[in-house]
Write a protein that binds this ligand. Structure first.
Ligand code: NAD
Length: 355
């Protein structure tokens, strides 16, 4: 049944680390039903059994058995484009986990195909759905910080040595720039607008693997604002989204910050949501006041699923569309090119035609 009063029927493609969490939310949310898990692995089959959902080894087998109203694609990065194209060909709205694709050209082709077909595509940049970020966006857009001039972000944490026992994690492309910084960059774009130029340095000073451990990045926004962000998976520190927001209970939460956004009339710290401003006259001798802006926490993965239902049933505009995921990936691509060339690089989305 697809009537407005019935739960939205969703399938999860790829039931690994993150796919299992999506499947659980879809199975447990009152507004959704888990119609299928598609994952050829024995673990995928077990997960389907655990959640009492039909299991299929492939997308085609699932479709032959029945149509969901949408799919969540949480397969490895290299399968995002092919999986997304299958969903679009079947006319099924899809959330595709981040990064939208493992290469920019494939991502552009997928987005062009979905847009031409009129099939909604979402990129799984779930942090956008964190209620704290929704409030941060309201604060920035309300103008109470004045004109935004600078932004700073930290992604500093320690991935333990055992993390690197898996060979692909030691190779180029598997490091914190693609895996982690992409989340931060997506939020920076969401909060402060388009990024038009990037400069960057990277280092692998400690472990000596091909993959980067640390990077320092300069961003220029279309608005004229400037950003700095440093990322490292080799520093013991509390300053990262992961360790400060409490979003994922696997990380011990610290009462510290990970981003600061500064404007002519005030500054905002995230995730504390503290707005700093002068009471009357602006100036460095004037008293500085701090206001903590309240918000009601919720699990962004759940909010993302509810939003997906709103897109499917009510035609809501995606908060994190395929095109947004593509634009964020273009910034990551620019960071990598800036590291290689030592030059300032403008993020560029390649021209693409529908598949
Ligand atoms: N939003 C986030 O914070 C977040 C967090 C973790 C991972 N991710 C992303 O989610 C994706 C999956 O990551 P993961 O850590 O869960 O990986 P994973 O390796 O744990 O899981 C991938 C799953 O896909 C299955 N699979 C492989 N080929 C398939 C196919 N043809 N059809 C269906 N299923 C297939 C595998 O059997 C496996 O169960 C990646 O793109 C990753 O970047 C996002």
């Amino acid at each position: 049944m697809t009537g407005a009063g019935h739960p939205v029927r969703l399938a999860v493609i790829g039931a690994g680390l993150i796919g299992r969490r999506h499947a659980e939310h879809v199975a447990n949310e009152p507004g959704t039903t888990l119609t299928a898990i598609v994952d050829p692995s024995p673990a995928g089959r077990e997960e389907a059994q655990r959640l009492g959902a039909p299991w299929f080894a492939s997308f085609a087998e699932m479709l032959a058995a029945g149509r969901p109203e949408g799919v969540v694609i949480a397969t490895p990065n290299q399968l995002h484009v092919s999986g997304g194209l299958e969903a679009v060909a079947a006319g099924l709205p899809a959330i595709i986990e981040k990064p939208l694709a493992d290469d920019l050209a494939g991502a552009a082709r997928l987005v062009a195909t979905a847009e031409k077909a009129g099939v909604p595509l979402l990129t799984g940049h779930h942090r956008r759905y964190n209620p704290m970020i929704a409030r941060a966006k309201e604060i920035v857009e309300s103008g109470r910080l004045g004109r935004i001039l600078a932004l700073h972000g930290h992604f500093w944490l320690m991935k333990p040595d055992t993390y690197f026992d898996v060979p692909w994690r030691r190779e180029e492309g598997a490091g914190p720039i693609l895996l982690n910084l992409i989340h931060d960059v997506d939020l920076f774009r969401y909060l402060c607008g388009e990024i038009v130029s990037v400069q960057a340095l990277s280092s692998n000073a400690v472990r000596g693997h091909a993959v980067e451990e640390t990077a320092a990045i300069l961003l220029r926004f279309e608005s004229g604002a400037l950003g700095t962000v440093t990322v490292s998976d080799s520093i013991v520190a509390p300053w990262s989204w992961e360790l400060t927001t409490g979003e994922n209970p696997a990380y011990p939460q610290q009462d510290q910050g990970c981003y600061q956004i500064g404007g002519t009339h005030g500054a905002l710290s995230i995730p504390q949501l503290e707005v700093w401003s002068n009471r009357e006259t602006r100036g460095w001798w004037e008293p500085l006041q701090r206001e903590r802006v309240p918000f009601v926490p919720d699990d962004p993965l759940k909010v993302q699923i509810r939003h997906f239902c709103d897109v499917i049933r009510n035609g809501a505009a995606p908060i994190s569309s395929g095109r947004e995921g593509l634009a964020t990936l273009a910034v990551i691509d620019a960071v990598k090119r800036a590291i290689r060339t030592g030059e300032a690089v403008a993020p560029a989305i390649p021209a693409a035609s529908a598949a």
